[in-house]
Design a binder for this molecule. Structure first.
Ligand code: GSH
Length: 265
């Protein structure tokens, strides 16, 4: 039997970063062992057996070999299993508001990923509007529940743990789409929240350059470790290390950069 739970994960995956941030906030980073899985290779048979065929990560295996999936489920498991430093709100109403706030994490993620993966210029404005609609909803919620504050409540908590990894992945929109939140009072509250989330000490597991380089393939329409046309190495490869590669070109609508241009060979 293992002496602690194991999480199988892809290091740059936003969903596993949620669990890393939660552990960090609880001061329990070493309570879980993280085992890296290479997204550019087919999943190993032993892992597929554990997951009963699904490939999405993160996956948690407890000391008895029992398997749990889905980042929000993993977060709740960690929170309940290690209750000493709660991150979720303790008051039932506040906990409910927190839950309401995170109901949009899926649509928010889809809007950002939909925008970065789009290569049809005719759809750029529609994608941008879809993402801004999500930001507008978050702005309204933050303004209503904590008008003068920074976070949804008085500190970086459960809601921020859920959204911050997505806000960080959306650095790919800064680079590939030239996207920035409009400098408009309508987005001022969410902009303040976003800045505080991105700079929080518990959420520094990934860097801007790392996201931009690793997610190049998403920017040309190939997700989850798939190879874009004409390429032989995924931008998610572990070698060469992302630190040794150049910043990718931004002309994603016109062409797909070569392996050499991306520093992959
Ligand atoms: N809803 C899942 C999403 C997990 C997910 O999409 N993980 C991605 C990595 S960021 C993945 O494993 N993709 C590869 C695959 O699905 O085979 C969660 O919250 O855990």
């Amino acid at each position: 039997m293992r002496d602690k739970p194991v999480i199988y994960h892809i290091p740059v995956c936003p969903f596993s970063q949620r669990v890393e941030i939660l552990l960090d906030l609880k001061g329990l980073r070493s309570a879980v062992e993280f085992q890296v899985v290479d997204i550019t290779k087919p999943r190993e048979a032993w892992l597929l057996e554990k997951t009963r065929g699904t490939t999405a990560l993160p996956v948690l295996e407890d000391e008895q070999g029992r398997i749990l999936k889905e980042s929000l489920v993993l977060m709740s498991y960690i929170e309940e299993r290690f209750p000493a430093t709660p991150v979720a709100r303790q008051d039932p109403y506040e906990r409910a508001v927190e839950r309401l706030f995170i109901t949009r994490e899926g649509p928010f993620g889809n809007a950002g990923y939909g925008m970065v993966m789009n290569r049809d210029r005719a759809k750029t404005e529609e994608k941008r509007k879809a993402l801004l609609d999500q930001y507008a909803w978050l702005d309204d919620m933050l303004r209503f529940h904590n008008p003068e504050g920074t976070f949804l409540f008085d500190r970086f908590g459960w809601a921020e743990t859920v959204y911050t990894p997505l806000l960080m992945r959306f650095w790919f929109l800064d680079h590939y789409e030239g996207f920035a939140l409009p400098d408009d009072p309508a987005f001022a509250r969410v902009a303040k929240w976003k800045a505080a989330c991105l700079s929080h000490p518990a959420a520094q597991q990934v860097r801007f350059d790392q996201i931009v380089k690793l997610y190049y393939d998403y920017a040309v329409g190939a997700g989850n470790g798939a190879l874009p046309a004409g390429r032989t190495v995924s931008s998610f490869t572990f070698t060469p290390d992302w630190r040794d590669r150049p910043m990718p070109p931004t002309d994603k609508y016109d062409r797909i950069a070569t392996d050499a241009e991306l520093g992959l060979v």
